[in-house]
Design a protein around this ligand. Sequence first.
Ligand code: 4AD
Ligand code: MG
Length: 430
Amino acid sequence: MKITINQAKDYVNQEVTIGVWLANKRSSGKIAFLQMRDGTAFMQGVVVKAEVEEEIFQLAKGLTQETSFYVTGTIHEDARSPFGYEMAVKSIEVISEAHDYPITPKEHGTEFLMDHRHLWLRSNRQHAIIKVRNEIIRATYEFFNREGFIKVDPPILTGSAPEGTTELFHTKYFDEDAYLSQSGQLYMEAAAMAFGKVFSFGPTFRAEKSKTRRHLIEFWMIEPEMAFYKLNDSLEVQENYVAFLVKSVLDNCALELERLGRDTTVLERMTAPFPRITYTDAIELLKEKGFDDIEWGEDFGAPHETAIADSFDKPVFITHYPKGIKPFYMPEDPENKDVVLCADLIAPEGYGEIIGGSERIHDLAVLLERIKEFGLDEEAYSWYIDLARYGSVPHSGFGLGLERTVAWLTGAEHVRETIPFPRLLNRLYP
Ligand code: 4AD
Ligand code: MG
């Protein structure tokens, strides 16, 4: 019977064959312990000299790291291993030998590992992180489908720039200029006017010269957009969505979180609702905490976000930012024209902003004025302005950064580990 490692629980005391790679090995004169992986999970194979043909025992002892082979044996329950099962190996059939695999069980520097990202992905820790990423992706589709959202895919090659023009990747589109999408939002607003509640999930690009543990050049964003939703309605969707992601990961990735050494007790607290604080109150809070390097009107840096987040035991919404530091599409607060109807969601434990969102201007005159004020090309935005021309309604939306969310839930220090092939300031390889 050919199975995969994650099916082992259904084959206890049965003889099975699994296609695997050798992750690691320990052996003595009498016994060899093979750490095997097949992509679905990791499992130990035990080869006892007295119980197998001599040839098989010698073969097992000589296996080199990342050699691929078919292994046949009986599955046993094993209370000592976190996986819960191991295999008493009977025979081994080598598929392809690997020699001098560059990533050994010893410590390697980050640059070395990043240069070998195509191989590093096979390691236990990277495997666990990408599995959590996959669960977040799965849970995202479950959540938005359950809530009645329609998935709409915005274009990646675009002629406009929702988040400002400084961070755009330029390319030629035959004779025209084009940019890689930095956000699908404006298209999602058009989609919301057609379908009510929509979400997108795709790659976005920022030509930012940032080299922090939170910045990627290419990252994935989930962008819901909802017609007839005000800021508060949107915040409710956001907290329910994020709480659902956390619960899904806790429920379905227990083994991965354990392998990562993630403290799950802090994650268990992450139930909706989440606290809210205005930007203005957050500035006050920072002053009380002794930060005198920031004035009202300036954007928060990472240390400010971390200090604010540390005052709460859940993710916190910072709302009503100054107009001057936010994009053109955010409407003024009717009660205070200096701030806009927006919120960022800041994750705990220093993981920073995971969501940016707002209400959107739907008044034609206000929108035209804002586009002028920001020096944007009215013609390029003509289709977007049409949305305000033809039956616009109040609407809100947000964007959740997948990699920062993965970093938070897995406890990864840096977002470079949260995406299979990271694009960083100085890295396009592999
Ligand atoms: O705050 P941002 O720039 O918001 C937007 O793009 C809006 N148009 C979204 C919307 O309302 N539809 O980006 C949203 C999120 C951030 O909170 C962060 O999690 C992530 O995207 N993000 C990044 N993640 C990794 N690397 C980067 N360089 C990122 N820039 C933003
Ligand atoms: Mg933002």
